[in-house]
Write a protein that binds this ligand. Structure first.
Ligand code: ASP
Length: 379
C-alpha cells in the first residue's frame, strides 16, 4: 500500500459560502470522506500549512511547500497538494524548480467547485490525484485536473469556470485519467537517476511587463530601482517598439548595464517567441544578447527567473542543495560543480552572475523548454 501525504492549502476545493463570498473553510480532514475509494490503493496522512485563496499565495508559500515536502520526503511515496486554481500554474512551475529530479510524484490539484457540493469536480480531481501520486510510473511535479496530468511547467489556467480549466501549453499531456485507469503518454520515470534535489532560494524582485500599443520605455525607467529582472511579454514572436520619449532601447541598455536580467517572452499563449524573425526583435536581441523564453509558459518563465536568479546570486553556495533519496551515487547538478570552481565569489573567474543565470535558465527542467538550441543564443 502506498503512503501519500495530502497537503491542503485552501482554494475553492476547500471553500464554503460566507457573507462576503466564497472563502476557504472546509478542514482538510473532511476531504477524505468524499473520496473513500482511495483506501484501495493508498494510505493518506494530512497536513495543512495554511488555508488561503490562491490569490494570496506567492513565493513565500512556494518555499514553505517545497520545504515541507523536503522534510517529509523519506516518509511518503507521493505528495498531493490541494490548491486554488487561480495561481496553481505558478505554484506548479515554482515547485518544478524548487524540487528537481524527484522520482516521487508531487501532484497539485484543486477544483472549480467546493468538495462538499453534490455536483462538483473536486472529488474526481482529488481521487485522480491520489491515484496518480500512488502510481509507479509517476514522478516529478504535475498538475492533475479535469482528467489530465500536466507537467508542472506546462500548465496554464485557460478557463475561469469550466471543469477542464487547465491546458498543457506547447507540450502533450503527461497522462490521462479516466474511470480509475491512467494512460501515460510520457512514460519516462526511468530517466530520473540520482537523488531528488531541493532548492531554498528565489529572488522575488522580478517584474512581468505586458506590452500594449503606445507603451514606451518610461515604464521601465520608473520601475528600474525596484526590480532585479524584468520579463517582457512582447507581441507575437517578439520585438520592442521603437517610438516614444524614452525608447525601450535606451532602457534595455540601462537595465543590462546595471547587471539586471531582461528576459523576452511573448503574450501569445501557443508556439512561443522567436525574436530573430523581425528587425524589431533581432536588432535588440543581438545588441544586448537578450535571452528569450521561447516555448515556455509565462508562469514557468517568471518562476524560473526567480529560481535561476536566486541560485546565480549564490542561493545555495553556503550549503549546496540537499539531495535526498534513492541513490547511493548522488549526482550533483552540473551547475554546482561549476560554481564550486568559482569559489562562491560573484563576478570572479570566467563565470559572472549573468553567465550563471544564463546556464541555469537554459537548462531544461521538467519538460519546460523544447525550442532553445544550445549554442544558438549568443553564447
Ligand atoms: N479563487 C480560488 C483560488 O484560487 C479559485 C479556485 O480555487 O478555483 O483559491
Amino acid at each position: 500500500m502506498k503512503k501519500v501525504l495530502l497537503i491542503a492549502t485552501g482554494g475553492t476545493i476547500a471553500s464554503g459560502y460566507t457573507e462576503k463570498g466564497l472563502a476557504p473553510k472546509i478542514a482538510a480532514e473532511d476531504f477524505l470522506q468524499y473520496v473513500e475509494d482511495y483506501k484501495a490503493f493508498c494510505q493518506v496522512e494530512i497536513l495543512q500549512p495554511f488555508s488561503l485563496d490562491s490569490t494570496n499565495i506567492y513565493a513565500k508559500h512556494w518555499l514553505k511547500l517545497a520545504g515541507l515536502i523536503e522534510e517529509q520526503y523519506a516518509r511518503y511515496d507521493g505528495f498531493v497538494i490541494c490548491h486554488g486554481t487561480d495561481t496553481m500554474a505558478f505554484t506548479a512551475a515554482a515547485l518544478s524548480y524548487l524540487i528537481q529530479n524527484s522520482r516521487k510524484p508531487v501532484v497539485i490539484t484543486g477544483s472549480q467547485k467546493p468538495i462538499n457540493l453534490p455536483v462538483t469536480d473536486a472529488r474526481t480531481n482529488l481521487l485522480d490525484s491520489l491515484r496518480f501520486a500512488s502510481d509507479d510510473r509517476a514522478h516529478g511535479v504535475n498538475i492533475v485536473f479535469g482528467g489530465n496530468a500536466i507537467a508542472g511547467t506546462r500548465a496554464k489556467k485557460e478557463r475561469s469556470k469550466s471543469y477542464n480549466a487547465f491546458s498543457s501549453i506547447n507540450y502533450p499531456n503527461v497522462a490521462a485519467l479516466c474511470d480509475g485507469k491512467t494512460v501515460f503518454y510520457i512514460d519516462d520515470r526511468d530517466r530520473v537517476v540520482g537523488p531528488a534535489v531541493f532548492y531554498h532560494k528565489l529572488n522575488e524582485k522580478v517584474l512581468l511587463l505586458k506590452l500594449m500599443p503606445g507603451m514606451d520605455g518610461s515604464v521601465l525607467q520608473r520601475l528600474f530601482p525596484y526590480y532585479d529582472a524584468v520579463v517582457i511579454e512582447a507581441f507575437g514572436v517578439g520585438g520592442l517598439p521603437e517610438y516614444g520619449q524614452v525608447p525601450f532601447y535606451a532602457e534595455i541598455r540601462r537595465w543590462t548595464d546595471a547587471g539586471k536580467i531582461v528576459m523576452m517572452a511573448t503574450q501569445v499563449t501557443h508556439e512561443g517567441s522567436d525574436m530573430e524573425v523581425y528587425k524589431v526583435g533581432r536588432i535588440i536581441k543581438e545588441d544586448f544578447q537578450l535571452m528569450e523564453a521561447y516555448d515556455m509558459t509565462l508562469e514557468a518563465t517568471v518562476t524560473k527567473v526567480m529560481w535561476a536568479l536566486g541560485q546565480a546570486e549564490g542561493g545555495e553556495l553556503s550549503g549546496k542543495p540537499k539531495g535526498l533519496g534513492q541513490s547511493n551515487s548522488p549526482q550533483e547538478p552540473e551547475d554546482f560543480e561549476q560554481w564550486e570552481s568559482v569559489g562562491g565569489q560573484e563576478h570572479s573567474g570566467g563565470c559572472g552572475l549573468a553567465e550563471r543565470f544564463r546556464r541555469l535558465f537554459y537548462k531544461t527542467v521538467n519538460h519546460d523548454m523544447l525550442l532553445y538550441t544550445p549554442g544558438s543564443d549568443g553564447e
